[in-house]
Design a protein around this ligand. Sequence first.
Ligand SMILES: Nc1ncnc2c1ncn2[C@@H]1O[C@H](COP(=O)(O)OP(=O)(O)OP(=O)(O)O)[C@@H](O)[C@H]1O
Length: 240
Amino acid sequence: MSDVNEVLSIRNVSCQRGEHAIVKNLNLSVHAGDVVVLQGRSGTGKTTLLKCLAHLTSYEGDILLFGKKPQEYSVPQYRTRVLYVPQRVSLLPGTPRAFVETVCKFGARQKSVGQSALDRTASLTNAQNLAESWGIDHELWDRVWNSLSGGEAQRLALAAAVALPGCEILLLDEPTSALDQESSVLVETHLLELIRSPESGLKAIFWITHSEDQARRVGTRFLTFKGDGLIVEDDIHGEV
Ligand SMILES: Nc1ncnc2c1ncn2[C@@H]1O[C@H](COP(=O)(O)OP(=O)(O)OP(=O)(O)O)[C@@H](O)[C@H]1O
């Protein structure tokens, strides 16, 4: 029987690198409001799973957004709806402003997320205002990514992702690892407000963190990566 509240369905997903299983037979049903925290030792496959979810790397099995495969949306449009925010954004080409404009143009080809030039300007203004509330000056939007500090780049990338129209699932790879505690909490608070708001289009977040405290503050569900492709969902945080 189909689950009408299901946003993302992960069915028998496996991912292999050479002889090495990174993700083995993962099944997960994600619902609106879920903040799925991913934890586990370095190299156990957390980033790889996010890349599978964003259709950025090859995998076996099915990942369905509202019951449909990425190809049914077209992959570039799917990636604007299931948006991966990388850990090292400083490796991106160009400027944060150009990044927002490019992603908006992908969304423009999607009928349900029509994007006029006016909408694109509004998206950028929203992103700039949000980033400003996190302590980022407007002039940083025109600097190339690799000239920004790690914390500046993280806040710009997050503000851009959140302000983009059509983003339904955010895939966050250690999104506050370069931020001080005060900035981290500001970012967390905003993202949690957004996911709880009925007006927001954001339905679910996957959030990699190495901080136990952050996991407890933001998570509603908890996946622990054990190694060798084994991923376990804890019933309550810390209790498998
Ligand atoms: N393109 C690739 N080719 C070969 N091996 C890869 C590739 N990408 C990742 N791996 C390997 O897959 C394993 C999982 O990497 P991944 O980056 O997903 O781990 P992680 O849990 O996110 O680690 P960290 O916490 O250090 O960020 C690692 O052993 C990594 O070296």
